[in-house]
Structures are given as structure tokens and as C-alpha cells.
Write a protein that binds this ligand. Sequence first.
Ligand code: ZN
Length: 293
Amino acid sequence: MALQSWKIGDATVTKIVDMIEPFSASRAYPDADLSEFDKHRDWLTPYFYDPAQKAIILSFHSYLVRSGKHTILIDTCIGDHKSRSPMLPTWHLREGPWLNNLAQAGVQPEQVNYVMCTHLHADHVGWNTKLENGRWVPTFPNARYVLHRKELESVQARLGQDGYNSPSYVDSVLPVIESRQADLVDTDHEFLKGVHVCQTPGHSPGHYCVEIKSQKAHAVMSGDLIHNAVQIARPDWITVFCGDKQAAVAQRTKFIDQHTDQDITLFAGHFGGPTAGRIASRKGGGRFFKVNP
Ligand SMILES: [Zn+2]
């Protein structure tokens, strides 16, 4: 599969895909009126919604950002060889194309300087580590791993009680702490020149977005603030994936309000297909996701 890349000023953003799969829309949005998908069919199909299966299309990908002397990965997907819940059969003991896709982008793991985890759910930390001689070791030996303090503390406090995120903490987060490669953040700030951490708690307690500003161009990697493009039109829709559901709605609504009709490229954590676009208002009211030309 050809890689997709975008220029944001002097920075280059490349999408590194791990997996793309349909997910039942009624499971994702149990309280929502799904006829809404038909209302927005003109811009949701074929990349964000499959009407035949009544499924949202969930893409699991990282964003590789090359800016100046920095090589940054934002989120690391599901990962290989990880033992996962039987509820997640496509994630369990997976062997995917992610590392090859990274190599196709011209990057070897040793070259990555920073790994920024928008949050610590299992589908965002998987490639933090790899299996080597029966042990989980950091995939990126020269990288600093940027984790939110509150996110880390909340996962640690629920160890053993969270069937989804406790195993991934043990095999994908703990090893980078033990190798002393973790840097904790807990404020909004310019983390590197042109790379900003913006806290957006709700989906998870320490969720953050990453903003890239280069020349006059501006982009934001929104992690799991918005799971599917339909939520651009319906930020009030609650997903089954969110922890504090009311906070997630409030955070998403605020973000969408602030980013509507702005010259800011949105790179969401799970949007499939063309992926990059803008939040635009619609004639006659409402908003939609306008894919970048
Ligand atoms: Zn996710």
C-alpha cells in the first residue's frame, strides 16, 4: 500500500498504518440514532462509514512527523505478538505490517527521537515495544517516550482491574519506564520547537493532542478526541470507547467549535481513507469533515 504524506510548512507528516477494520456502528455509538449516518452519507462514504455493514471504518495508524532534526512518532497502534483479550481477536498475537510500513517511509527504529502517546490505551502504545528473546524491549532504543503523568497514574491505579489496558501497560508501557526512556508531561506547552502538547482529558484522564506549527501552516493530531468523522457533525455522540463520557463530549464540542473553518489540518487517530482534512461549516447549518484536496 502506498504511504500517504502531507507537508505542514517544513514538516512532513506520514501515516503509518497498522490495521483498518469495520466496527459495528451500533456498538460504537449505543445511544445514537444511526439514521444520522444516512443524512451525512455524501461525505461519510466510502472512507468513514460502510452503509452495507452499518459499520464505521476504524483505521489504526501512527503519524510520523519529520521536522527539522526531529523524527517523531505520534501513537504506536496495536503492535505485534501482544496477548490481548478474547474480545479483541484481531489484536491478539497479531503480526501486522506496521514496522515494514515505517521502513517504507525511510525510517529505522533507531532514528526515532520521540514517541508521543496521546493516551495509554492498548491501540495507541503497541509498537512502543517489541518482543526480543522472550522479553518486551523498547522498539525505539534512542527515543524519549512522552507520556501524560495523570494518564500513567490512572492506568497504574487500575492495574489488574482493566482487562483492556492493564495488559498493554505491562507489555508496552512499563518496559519504556524501566529503560528510563519515559518523559512525563502535565501542562500545555511547546514541547519541541513547533510541537505543542495540548491536554484534552475525557476519553481518558490524561489524553492530549499534538499541535504542529511550521511556517504559517498548522495541524493537529487529535488522538481519540474524535473516533469517526460523523462526530464532526454530532460531537454530542457518546462512544463506547470513552472513559469519562460527559467530559469527552465537552472536550470534543469545544475542540470542534474552536477548529471550525480554520486553516488547520486535522489528523484524527482513527479516520480511514484520505484521513487529513478540515472541520468546515455546512450551508444551511451543521459541520462536516472536508477532506484535504
Ligand atoms: Zn484508539
